[in-house]
Design a protein around this ligand. Sequence first.
Ligand SMILES: Nc1ncnc2c1ncn2[C@@H]1O[C@H](COP(=O)(O)OP(=O)(O)OP(=O)(O)O)[C@@H](O)[C@H]1O
Ligand SMILES: [Mg+2]
Length: 257
Amino acid sequence: MDESPGSAGVADSTHLVVLEAVNKHFGDLHVLKDIDLTVAKGEVVIVIGPSGSGKSTLCRAINRLETIDSGTIKIDGVTLPDEGKPLARLRADVGMVFQSFNLFAHKTILENVTLGPIKVKGTPKAQAREEAMALLERVGVANQADKYPAQLSGGQQQRVAIARSLAMKPKVMLFDEPTSALDPEMINEVLDVMTDLAKEGMTMIVVTHEMGFARKAANRVVFMADGAIQEEATPEEFFTNPQSERAKDFLSKILTH
Ligand SMILES: Nc1ncnc2c1ncn2[C@@H]1O[C@H](COP(=O)(O)OP(=O)(O)OP(=O)(O)O)[C@@H](O)[C@H]1O
Ligand SMILES: [Mg+2]
């Protein structure tokens, strides 16, 4: 066996994220077409595909930043509620890291990480600070705690964004192209944090074209095109032997780019 996390199925684990027949339109545009996707606890799934294929919309739907037209999305067995407190609670189970770091500019790094636990979860301040410092330590930016986001590099800010998400103790983490806005030398420091997270057993759905990360950390690659899942395979299978013409075409473009 190779060193990758291996075969696509983690069959005996619980299903943490389950999408069934999910459809979403933006006006006339059918952006998510009958999406069925099950992610097991501890599984790392890479979502890959051409621009406009619906990857971000899929992530946003799982976090309920976008509504869906039909189908169901369950997180740890609970259907995503429409609104109100139950939604806030469930959303806390789903951490999200975006391409743009989305930190609060007028708050320090430490405050960025403690805000959610204090405001949303009612964590006592001292405890929130202690946990935040441990997380900042883990992502390698504890020495920046009292600075403001603009004083940090992009890679540091993205690692803070990851720490901020983790502070909510999510059951699953969504990453939407977390390294695509970063200068090349900063990409690896973020991918390393994500790889560690994967190794520690975090359930992750990651939109990325970083094949090295996919090979190292992913259990499964989901290839999307035109709003539909076209194929799913292990990273090794997908990158060496894609089945559909769309996937072959897509890979030839990102490999030569
Ligand atoms: N709020 C919106 N209103 C209308 N159309 C939208 C909206 N958000 C996304 N779209 C459209 O939905 C389709 C899917 O977009 P989405 O952002 O999910 O694609 P993507 O796969 O993430 O692309 P990229 O690789 O460029 O990030 C695109 O055609 C996009 O233009
Ligand atoms: Mg996108």
